[in-house]
Structure formats: C-alpha cells, structure tokens
Design a protein around this ligand. Structure first.
Ligand SMILES: Nc1ncnc2c1ncn2[C@@H]1O[C@H](COP(=O)(O)OP(=O)(O)OP(=O)(O)O)[C@@H](O)[C@H]1O
Ligand SMILES: [Mg+2]
Length: 587
C-alpha cells in the first residue's frame, strides 16, 4: 500500500492561510463533508445529536485510507492533496491545508474508522481532545466514518459560545444544504436526534436537488441562469423577476464548486435585479461561477469561504449579465422541475382564488379601532376602546406610501406605517398569548408543505410557541410538514409561504440585536412583522388613522420589536423656528 498522505514542508505550511476552522458543529460537518467529497464518495450520511455538540458522525463510501495514511491524516499539515504551492493553480479538491482533521481531533473526542478498496482490514484511530488513544485494526466497509463527540468538551470557554441545540442544528443543516447543492450527483442524508432533516438521494441536476431540499413551491419561482463571458461561466437558478419578494432570499454562491461569501458577487446579483426592473430585492439564488483555477486564489481564508479573483470586475460583470439575461428571458425559461404528487405551497393561492378555501375577511385585533389588513384594506373592528385617555391624533395623509403625517394639535408626527403597525400588533399578540386567546384559522383541508431543513429544525424546536401563536403544524415525514391551522392574523396570505418566511426571518434575525429577548417574544415579533402593512403600500384613510391610533395606544409606542423607531416628533418650537415665527405674537 502506498502512502499518499504526506507532511507539507515548513516553507509551504507558512504560505497557507492559517487559522482556526472549527468554530461550531457546522464547521466540523463542512470539513468532513469536503473530505468525503474529495475522497470520491457517492453517498454521505450525517448524524448529529444535540445540534452536533454531543455527536457528529459523517460516514462516506469514498476511497478510504490505508493504515499509514489514516495515522498521518490526523497530524497537522498532512495532506494527500497538495505537494507544492503551484498545485493550488490546478486544484480540484476542497482540501489542501492538511489541517481539518487534526483541528477537529484537538477539540473533540474523535474516532476515525476507514478502509480502502480491497484491503483485508480497516483501521480505527481514536483521539481524545488532541491526545492519541489508540490506532488499531478494525472492520469497516470501504469508505470512512468520522465521529466527533463532545465538541469543545475540554475548552469550556469555547463551548460557551455555542448556541441552542436547535440553532446549531440549523447551521449544520445549512452546511449540508450547501454541500448537497454543489454536488447533486452525490446522495446526502442528515439526521438530527434520530429525525431525518435532509434526504437527498443522488439526482440529475440542480433543479431536482433544489426540489429535494426546498420543495416545488420554491422551484416554481426560479428561472435558470446560463451565461458568462471573459472565461467566467455562470449557471444556476434565481428567483424570477415577476415573483413577489417573499422576505429576504438567500444568496448561495459557489466559485469553482466552493460555497463562498463574496459581497461583490452578491451585489452583482442585486444589481442585475435592479437593472432588470425587478426593484431592490434580495432574491433566492443558487449560482455557480466557474473559471480557470489559476484565476482564483482560494488560499485567502482558513475555512476557504472567501476567494480572491485575479479579475474581480470580470467575475462581477459575468454574474450581473448572466443573471440579468435569465431575468429577461423570464417565463420562457422555467426551471426544470421534478414530478411531485404533493400539494405544494404555491398551489394554495390558486385554490383560494376559486373560492374553495377560506373566504377573504379582514383580520382584526382589539385596538379599539379600525384595524387595516396587510394589504391596506380596512376592516370594521368593533372591540373595546383603549383604556388610557387618548389625545386625538389626526392623520393628515400618507407620504411616499410609507410614512403617515399626523398632528396631535400641537406637534407634527411622522409615523412609519410598518414599524408602527408592527408595534401595536406585537403587543396585541403578546397580550393574547398571555390570555391564550390567539385566534387560529383552521384550513379547509390541511396542507402538506415542504420546508428546508434549517426551517424544519426551527419549527420543531419552537413547536410550543408556534402552537400558542395559532399554528397547527407537525412533521409529516421527511421534509414534509402538515399544516392544519395558521394564525388568523395571517389570513389571506399563502400559509405555506407565510410559515417559511416567518421561520426564516426568525432564524435570520436571531443573531441580530433585538429589543425583545425570549424566543416567544421574538416569534411573536416576527409574526407581527409579517402580518403588518409594509412600506410602499398606499393605504386608505381609515387604515392610516387606525395605525396611528393603534401605535399611540400601545404600551411602548416608540420602537418596533426589532428596535427601529416607529415615529418622530417635530416639536412645535422647531417648526415655528423654521418659519421665523419666533415670539408668541407671531405663532
Ligand atoms: N473521508 C475521507 N476519505 C478518505 N481520505 C480522507 C478522508 N478524510 C481525510 N482523508 C485524508 O486525510 C487527509 C487529511 O485530511 P484533512 O481534512 O485534515 O486535510 P485536507 O483535506 O488535505 O486539507 P484541509 O485542511 O484543507 O481540509 C486528506 O488529505 C486525505 O488524504
Ligand atoms: Mg479536508
């Protein structure tokens, strides 16, 4: 058996982007997936417990390692993928630093079992937090299994930085999602606590893979990108220009097969939407940018999530034009999709349109006033009046379909229609949560929707709060979720899209600064946000008045739950001064 793994010479080691690659369970999973893919695996199974904190297991059917290679593999700077720096210019593997396995072994209890094709026996290596326990012969089918337990168990300070199990599981799910999008020909499964989160058998293209991971509703909204120039090829799928932006989309960009964060390319995508007349939005995008390896430097970030282009402008232009081309081709270019027998999210709207589903009726809350629906229509809501005595605040009009100009007889008020509505709505939801009187709307027929893995994790983790908020949603096997009721607040919206947008927003904002702290409050805030009128919507006068009265009747009227202001006052003296009316006589 020839030894293929070797230690890199020191001078080469010094030229390789150094740094910590293990930040959280998802980073371990990312590295192990890349190793499995580099080893030519066709099927990869991932299991985690407690979000990966107590166990991460990645099993592949790749080439495996002989005993000597396996022993070397856990040493620092030992790799089979690079011999000299120039090799980076023609690199086809994910790995090249020889750092991932030893890094993982130094912060976990690692057991690696592996066997090569035709070998009579396999090898087992055990390392506890950096200390080799044993290396011995052991049975294993061709391929490799790496188990990392008790992550950061010996470094409590680092363990402290890990988030809730569900959050870590979501990050793991995203790592698996990213890898599986880059290699649709490889099968991936992910189980968390025995529950299947990803089930993506090998398939024939990106479209079917997106279908496996996200369901048909998303796929229906995508258009194929196929283009490029100047030696840069750009392919993938992006949200069609004519689809309403359902929350903030996720840009997943790959450069030569590596998922990267690249602000420049992200901006190229948004610019393409703007130029295509699709406005200022952040679409869903799965983009693969391919160019000769000699024109991209992958050796700039330890976890290789950033790259440097020899000609960044060429890459930018290629992406912008390819996406713009796809958007203008629009409907002619529907994304390839797989067959499905499921009722998918996008279908709901159609079913509603023919009147078979719940009738449109504006939802309402007891603000003691007319409560506008998210689409701006006003609904007559009886309800009791606010308890506190209220100064009459009169709405004068709407500015740029976004701000409400009002007067309390003394001061001028500029009210943000979205954040103001959101604040009032948020307090009402919390109040109802407390009294367990959140209104829920039973769907005529339960919907089976598909949710991406990360969102499913959030859904399961927050099941109790979601139930209290009026969602009746339960796992339905695989990536399916059965939705029987939604909060009445969301009435009139496609429930599947609403659920997905709500959860992704909730996860997205988890890291952000919140004016509210518990998961329950944050979900209530996200629900409030999604059920409030948006900026840019013309509103009838009654709706404008309802929002303004609503926010000034709120307990904490000044900020929305995400901490943005709801209104500003223009003090009388200020206005007076602007017009040179100083002195009482001239007021
Ligand atoms: N799943 C696997 N199957 C076969 N060989 C593997 C596997 N995982 C690791 N190896 C071998 O062990 C070596 C060390 O892996 P490690 O991830 O530490 O470094 P690398 O992949 O070479 O570089 P990087 O640190 O950039 O990931 C690899 O070069 C490869 O030869
Ligand atoms: Mg590696």
């Amino acid at each position: 058996m020839t030894t293929r793994v070797h230690r890199l010479p020191d001078d080469l080691v010094n030229k390789i982007a150094a740094g910590e690659v293990v930040e959280r369970p998802a980073s371990v999973v990312k590295e192990l997936l890349e190793n499995a893919l580099d080893a030519g695996a066709r099927r990869i199974e991932i299991e985690i417990e407690h979000g990966g904190k107590s166990l991460i297991r990645v099993r592949d059917d790749g080439a495996g390692m002989g005993a000597d290679d396996a022993r070397l593999a856990i040493e620092r700077h030992a790799t089979s993928k690079l011999r000299q720096l120039e090799d980076l210019e023609s690199l086809v593997t994910h790995g090249f630093r020889g750092e991932a396995l030893p890094s993982i072994a130094s912060v976990s209890h690692l057991v690696l079992r592996t066997s090569e094709e035709g070998a009579s026996e396999g090898t087992e290596i055990e390392v506890r937090h950096g200390v080799l326990v044993h290396a011995r012969a052991a049975g294993h089918p061709r391929g490799t299994t790496v188990e990392a337990r008790d992550l950061f168990g010996a470094t409590p300070a680092r363990r402290k930085f890990l988030r809730a199990d569900s959050t870590e599981a979501s990050h793991v799910a995203e790592a698996v999602t990213l890898a599986s999008l880059s290699r649709h020909d490889v099968g991936f499964t992910l189980s968390s606590g025995g529950r299947r989160m990803v089930d993506a058998p090998p398939t024939s293209g990106l479209g079917p893979r997106v279908f496996q991971l996200f369901g048909a509703a998303l796929l229906d909204d995508l258009v194929a990108v196929e283009g490029g120039e100047g030696g840069v090829r750009v392919t993938g799928l992006v949200t069609r220009a004519d689809r309403p932006a359902a929350g903030r989309g996720t840009l997943r960009i790959y450069v030569n097969g590596r998922a990267v964060r690249d602000r420049g390319l992200a901006r190229a995508v948004t610019e393409a939407y703007r130029l295509a007349g699709a406005g200022d939005r952040r679409p869903e995008a799965f983009l693969f940018v391919d160019l000769p390896p000699s024109l991209v430097d992958v050796n700039v970030h330890p976890a290789k999530v950033e790259v440097r282009f020899a000609d960044a402008r060429a890459a930018w232009l290629a992406v912008e034009r390819a996406v713009r081309g796809a958007l203008s081709a629009g409907a002619r270019n529907a994304a390839p999709r797989a067959e499905t027998g499921r009722i998918e999210a996008g279908r709901y709207a159609e079913r509603q349109a023919d009147g078979s589903a719940v009738a449109a009726e504006p939802w309402r809350l007891d603000f003691g006033t007319t409560e506008p629906a998210a689409d701006g229509t006003a609904g007559a809501a009886p309800g009791s009046g606010p308890e506190r005595p209220e100064r009459l605040i009169l709405v004068l009009g709407q500015h740029r379909n976004t701000y409400l100009v009002a007067s309390d007889g003394d001061e001028l008020l500029l009210v943000d229609q979205h954040t103001a509505h959101e604040r009032a709505r948020y307090e009402a939801i919390l109040q109802r949560l407390q009294g367990r009187t959140v209104e829920s709307q039973r769907l005529l027929a339960p919907l089976v929707i598909t949710l991406p893995p990360a969102l499913r994790a959030a859904l399961e983790d927050q099941a109790e709060v979601l139930a209290a908020l009026g969602f009746d949603a339960e796992p339905f096997g695989g990536d399916a979720v059965r939705l029987a009721s939604v909060p009445t607040l969301l009435h009139g919206r496609d429930p599947a899209t609403a659920v997905a947008a709500l959860l992704s927003d909730y996860l997205d904002r988890e890291a952000a600064d919140w004016a509210v702290s518990t998961a329950r409050e944050r979900l209530a805030a996200t629900l409030a946000c999604h059920s409030s009128v948006k900026a840019g919507h013309p509103l009838p006068r009654e709706a404008q008045q309802a929002i303004v009265s609503g926010v000034f009747a709120a307990r904490h009227p000044t900020l929305c739950p995400h901490g943005r202001p709801t209104f500003v006052r223009l003090p009388r003296e200020e206005v007076t001064r602007w017009f040179g009316r100083v002195g009482w006589r001239r007021q």
